[in-house]
Design a protein around this ligand. Structure first.
Ligand SMILES: Nc1nc2c(c(=O)[nH]1)N[C@H]1C(S)=C(S)[C@@H](COP(=O)(O)O)O[C@H]1N2
Ligand SMILES: [Mo]
Length: 499
């Protein structure tokens, strides 16, 4: 058959396969959709340099790029399969079978699917092979009933696939997490956070509390897990005296506390915005762990998400009453937004999110660092992730043109430790002095602190640098380090031109 026909046969069969899998996944569990499962699988298998490169190059669009990449590879396989099958069907069937096996493995390795999950790749395989066989016969100039007939059949299968895929999508979205979130309603807080004083932020800095919709978001989830409050429970087990199983009602009925906490991502570059602050509402994680009874051998709390993500935090940190780690169910007065972990997550001040802040939390296991590793550790990141003391200039922006007297303002953070001093220097490489910035009111040791300073800039180009000193007396090093493996370091520096 012609090249065009051969490719058409393969692509339409691929479409039928993906649609059939997506349809069945809509009923047995959305993550079973083979396309999605393969995307997840590729992400989990990607070696560290590849994920780092993707993050550096595409930032938070890395998921989209992953999907595009997987799509291109699958399309490439299909086109190749079609071209190899111009005279006989078996090379195409072989490729279909191979893709089918990949789908099976990807789905079987998902942590969030029951046994019915394999029905989705099974449907894909059957639909793919069946469609390929049928179309291949009809496209064959010897057995074919004509060109029109072939085109009509191909178009029919393609449209049918689109419709079935859509039905699967609609069915998979029937778990209405937003409705569950609304049904949770207002959380009654027994111990509200102290109000944020008016002087906690400065003009020119980001606002002290970050709105939920502006709060940075980082996770490996290619689609946001849909967990309802009613269907949720948390298991506490491992090196404990007694296992606990808590449901959402059991948590919200406890006296809820509210704590103002600054969270930071280890991937944040110097000067970056993967750092935000919110009033988190929940129960002290320490209380839950003490109820279970932590055995002395345990040095790691391994938290697991419904989607299989895990984070390992030092037991000392999560039990430290001063640090005040939370099993959080609310954020800035609302139930947790779905993207930020509804119905429950962990927040541990002073630890990067990758070793502490598990969203869509479902399990807490007391274990040891020797026995188990969180998701990012075998992928090249450090097992311990204390947040490095950092500071950032928010105003002026890099590249701005300024007057000769300029107010520089920004934020500094050393969560769990506290910020004691921030200094600003103009042209520090050519002998400029460090001068103290004015610090805003301190809200708490676990939050960032705003600062500002007025500097004189003779006409011309200048570099402005900032550095913070934390409550342990440690001043930020100017030694540059990239985010991997344990967080970026160095001074945030901007260049401006004064006139
Ligand atoms: N389930 C799950 N939880 C997760 C992650 C994830 O990939 N999956 N990423 C962690 C990382 S790296 C960070 S920095 C924080 C970010 O939380 P946020 O998206 O609410 O800001 O979530 C943590 N919790
Ligand atoms: Mo992160």
């Amino acid at each position: 058959m012609s090249r065009g026909r051969a490719i058409a046969v393969a692509l339409v069969s691929l479409g039928a396969a993906l649609a059939a899998g997506h349809l069945v996944a809509g009923f047995v569990g959305p993550p079973a959709s083979p396309f999605l499962a393969v995307g997840n699988w590729v992400r989990d298998l990607s070696p560290h340099p590849v994920t780092e490169w993707a993050k550096d190059t595409f930032g938070t669009a890395d998921k989209l790029v992953l999907f595009l990449g997987v799509t291109l590879v699958i399309l490439g396989c299909a086109v190749a399969a079609g071209l190899l099958s111009r005279t006989r069907p078996w090379p195409g069937l072989l490729v279909a079978g191979a893709l089918g096996v990949v789908g099976f493995v990807a789905v079987l390795t998902r942590p969030d699917l029951g046994q019915l999950g394999i029905l989705a790749p099974a449907a894909s395989l059957l639909a793919g092979v069946g469609t390929f066989n049928l179309l291949h016969k009809r496209a064959d100039p010897v057995t074919s009933t004509g060109r029109r007939d072939f085109l009509r059949l191909s178009a029919g299968v393609a449209v049918g696939a689109g419709v079935l895929g859509g039905v699967g999508q609609a069915f998979g979205s029937r778990v209405d997490v937003e409705a569950s979130r609304r049904a949770v309603g207002r959380l009654r807080v027994a111990e509200p956070a102290p109000p944020i004083p008016a002087g906690a932020d400065f003009p020119g800095t980001v606002s002290f509390l970050t709105d939920n919709r502006d709060f940075y978001r980082i996770d490996t989830a290619l689609t946001v897990p849909r967990v309802t409050a009613d269907g949720w429970s948390l298991r506490v087990h491992g090196l404990v005296d007694r296992e606990l199983e808590l449901d959402f009602a059991a948590i919200r009925e406890r006296p809820l506390v509210e704590r103002t906490i600054t969270m930071a991502c280890v991937s944040n570059e110097v000067g970056g915005s993967l750092v935000s602050t919110a009033n988190f509402i929940g129960v002290p994680l320490r209380d839950v762990l003490l109820e279970a009874g932590v055995r002395p051998e345990a040095d790691q709390l391994l938290s697991t998400s419904v989607d299989g993500f895990t984070a390992g935090s030092p037991v000392d940190a999560v039990l430290d009453p001063e640090r005040g780690a939370l099993l959080a169910i609310g954020m800035n007065g609302e139930p947790l937004p779905v993207e930020h972990g509804f119905p429950a997550r962990l927040v541990v001040p002073g630890l990067y999110g990758y070793v502490s802040a598990t969203k869509w939390l479902t399990e807490l296991e007391l274990t040891t660092f020797a026995a188990e590793q969180g998701y990012w550790i075998p992928r090249g990141w450090s097992a311990l992730g204390p947040v490095k003391t950092q500071s950032r200039i928010d105003t002026p922006r890099d590249g701005d043109t300024t007057g000769t007297t300029v107010t520089v303002a920004g934020v500094a953070w050393a969560p769990a430790v506290g910020i004691d001093r921030v200094e600003v220097a103009v042209d520090v490489d050519s002998g400029g002095d460090w001068r103290d910035a004015r610090l805003a009111a301190e809200v708490g040791r676990n939050t960032w602190r705003m600062w500002r300073a007025t500097v004189d800039l003779p006409p011309g180009e200048h570099r402005i640098a900032v550095r913070a000193t934390d409550r342990n007396g440690e001043t930020q090093t100017d030694a540059f380090a990239p985010p991997a493996p344990n967080g970026a370091s160095g001074w945030h520096t901007i260049t401006v031109t004064s006139r």
